[in-house]
Design a protein around this ligand. Structure first.
Ligand code: EPU
Length: 339
């Protein structure tokens, strides 16, 4: 196994920031992954994982080894009554996997249509959209322990999922490589149409007309309307998480702004729409340092000039301090740094 050297990663990250990997391996099997880890260890080199590049911020140069897990394959492991266990290898494209399952009438993933990235990265940040999170349809995953080289199984409990969180972003950060993810899907249509934007789109449709295929189509339409396609305008989706605040803090904001957008999370907490905060603070559509706050969704920063990550971060920091000063709320960045 010989890594490629000085590989340009600009096309391998959806924010299109310029970045060069000193060494790069695309691993298509568990053996490849083990070989690459051993190669780096012999040279005492750091290893940086890169999936679909749709939720990362890359520096201009990465010394060490950039390892891209590219294992492929989808299989039905088990079918019992209406329930199916469907396994996808980590390197499959997420949206193509969702489309495959929907076409086969393996239901449950429709609300997660059109999310960029690879299947293996989906559990790391517990991707979610339009009222469904990955953890709702997750059964288990297999991950390679980077220290021992063994493949271990993680059930839902062991993954410690939360809003855009899992154990792999926290306690076990950089310790495992996900090699496959298994989903618990259903042959009986699962309709999740409670998300406000979906409800709005489906107004007037009879209940019986709302099929999983209609939901998938509606989600794709909504995403195409609000979110820039990374192929055309470089971006990493939401740049910040929606902050979770106490009901008291929320009520203070609502007194001043009765139109504040928020979701219930617990009896004493609210998840407030960061896009709303950023728009209210006047950032929507603004360009600074060559980086633009998207006009249809203020939670998305776009990088039309394909400038370096540090420019994107300058705008992100300016927004964060402005939101802190104005609403006393800390915005947490969603994409992960690869250093
Ligand atoms: N809003 C504004 N101004 C904006 C953007 C949003 O006022 O510029 C308001 C909307 O009017 C709405 C509320 O905020 O009342 C929520 O907006 P939206 O439905 O677009 O969702 P979001 O909370 O901004 C989250 C996820 C998205 C996901 C959508 C749909 C996070 C950080 N983002 O965005 O996920 O697609 O919900 O479920 O939780 C991603 O993570 O990359 C991502 C795109």
């Amino acid at each position: 196994m010989t890594p490629l050297v000085n590989v340009n990663l600009q096309r391998l990250n959806t924010l299109a920031v310029p970045s060069v990997a000193a060494n790069f391996v695309r691993a298509t099997s568990i053996t490849d992954l083990r070989d690459a880890l051993a190669w780096a260890q012999q040279r005492q080199m750091s290893v940086h994982l890169l999936g679909g590049g749709s939720n990362v911020l890359l520096p201009e140069r990465i010394d060490g080894l950039v390892l891209q897990p590219a294992l492929r394959g989808v299989e039905v492991l088990e079918e019992q009554g209406d329930t199916l266990l469907v396994r996808s290898a980590a390197g499959e494209n997420w949206h193509r996997f969702v489309q495959f399952c929907t076409a086969k009438k393996y239901y449950g993933l429709e609300n997660l249509s059109l999310i960029p990235g690879l299947v293996g990265a989906a559990p790391i940040q517990n991707i979610g959209a339009y009222g469904v999170e990955l953890c709702d349809v997750f059964d288990h995953l297999q991950a390679l322990n980077r220290s021992t080289g063994e493949v271990e199984v993680f059930d839902k409990n062991k993954c410690e999922f939360d809003y855009r969180e899992s154990v792999f972003k926290q306690r076990l950060r950089n310790q495992y490589i996900v090699v496959s993810v298994t989903f618990r899907l259903s042959r009986t249509p699962q309709i999740h149409d409670h998300y406000p934007a979906i409800k709005q789109e489906l107004l007037g449709l009879k209940r019986s007309a709302i099929t999983p295929e209609v939901i998938a189509h509606t989600v794709m339409e909504l995403r195409r309307r609000k979110l820039p396609s990374p192929d055309q305008i470089p971006n990493v989706g939401s740049f910040f998480k929606n902050p979770i605040i106490s009901v008291e803090s929320f009520e203070k904001i609502r007194e001043m702004y009765p139109d504040v957008a928020a979701y219930d999370v617990a009896s004493n907490q609210k998840k407030i729409a960061a896009g709303w905060l950023i728009e209210k603070a006047g950032w929507k559509g603004r360009t600074e340092f060559g980086v633009k706050v998207h006009e249809q969704q203020a939670l998305v920063l776009t990088n039309p000039n394909r400038g370096p990550a540090k420019q994107v971060l300058m705008l992100a920091k300016a927004i964060q301090s402005n939101i802190k000063a104005r609403f006393d709320i800390e915005l947490e960045q969603e994409p992960q740094f690869i250093e």
